[in-house]
Write a protein that binds this ligand. Structure first.
Ligand SMILES: C[S@@+](CC[C@H](N)C(=O)[O-])C[C@H]1O[C@@H](n2cnc3c(N)ncnc32)[C@H](O)[C@@H]1O
Length: 327
């Protein structure tokens, strides 16, 4: 798809470039904030699965830059930590960590930023695994990222704090809701207008962190497992058959975020125009993305091909072409 065509079909892609966001995802966080006020009076935030960094940009613009403007002392400045598997180009006020947030060593690296007694007010996760197309598998992998985020919450989220995480609304989502409800007084399923209707993606907005009495972070797997056990159906031989229906404790409110005047992400919009010096209406040129990928997956392949070309060896493409024309 050409850039102009994508601009037309995806209004949020175009708006992101116009407003200087690295990804259209920025609008998802902004629309969730419109409905839930999650960024209000917030100082310390952990952004899990943050690359290329549009959510971190929102944190920088909404939390870091206003604090800097006020000239706060170092101690009073917000603490904003971001982690991703991919490297991330720097963003003012954001400390970045590269690595797998499901690994304990990386979780410890995040926690190391909170040894001064500070707690996080907000943990956000827009993480998504590489989707396989096998829905059960994708939903399971997505849930693992949600639990990894919950692990971080159990160590550093302040009482009353908020956790926002991307989920896939698959057939076992009820179990996930009920597990999150053990730790938060209010759990809501939020669908920002910038998230396509055709996508099973949504976000859980978990408010008022309040773990079970006497809970210790090391107990997390046991507590989650106990809750799951009560909801799993088994056959006569004890084999798991799946999750039971929808007991009332699993029902959570659903909120569409972004207001009725927000752009519809499933619609095409006309491209913006301008009148040139001859009075002719023209389509404005398409903008380049704000931040090209720092380490794109295709970079290695290009470098390999370039090295081959320089050494006089034939590239894979040339060999395939020769093979095809010989037949
Ligand atoms: C949809 S993107 C996040 C977009 C980001 N919120 C933004 O606004 O730019 C999903 C990210 O999840 C990251 N991710 C997936 N699994 C991860 C893991 N186990 N640890 C850290 N990051 C992970 C991917 O590398 C990818 O950058």
């Amino acid at each position: 798809m050409g850039k102009a065509s994508k601009d037309k079909r995806d209004i949020y892609y175009r708006k992101a470039k116009e407003e200087g966001w690295r990804a259209r995802s920025a609008f998802k966080l902004l629309q969730i904030d419109d409905s839930f006020g999650i960024l209000k009076n917030v100082k310390n935030v952990v952004d899990l699965c943050a690359a290329p960094g549009s959510w971190s940009q929102v944190l920088s613009r909404r939390i870091y830059l206003p604090a800097k403007e006020k000239g706060l002392s170092d101690e009073d400045m917000p603490k904003l930590i971001a982690i991703d598997l991919q490297p991330m180009a720097p963003i003012e006020g954001i400390t970045t960590i590269q690595g797998d947030m499901t690994s304990m060593s990386k979780v410890e690296e995040i926690l190391a930023h909170f040894t001064d007694g500070r707690k996080a007010d907000l943990v956000i996760s827009d993480g998504a695994p590489d989707v396989t197309g096998l829905h059960d598998m994708d939903e399971f992998m997505q849930a693992q990222l949600v639990f990894a985020g919950l692990t971080v919450c159990t160590h550093i989220l302040a009482d009353g704090g908020v956790y926002v995480a991307k989920i896939f609304r698959g057939k076992d989502v009820a179990l996930l809701y009920s597990q999150l409800k053990l730790f938060f007084k209010q759990v809501t399923c939020a669908k920002p207008k910038s998230s396509r209707n055709s996508s099973i993606e949504a976000f859980v907005v978990c408010q008022e962190y309040s773990p079970p009495e006497g809970f210790e972070p090391d107990d997390l797997s046991r507590v989650l497992h106990e809750r799951a056990k009560g909801m799993l159906q088994e056959d006569a031989h004890g084999n798991a058959l799946g999750t039971m229906g929808w007991p009332t404790e699993c029902i959570v409110p659903f909120v569409s975020c972004g207001g009725i005047d927000a752009y519809d992400s499933d619609m095409s919009y006309d491209l913006p125009t301008y009148i040139d010096e001859d009075g002719v209406e023209r389509v404005k040129p398409s903008l380049d993305p704000v931040q090209p990928p720092t380490e794109p997956f295709y970079k290695m392949a290009i470098e390999r091909e370039r090295a081959k070309a320089q050494s006089g060896k034939k590239s894979a493409k040339q060999l395939l072409h020769e093979e095809a024309t010989r037949r």
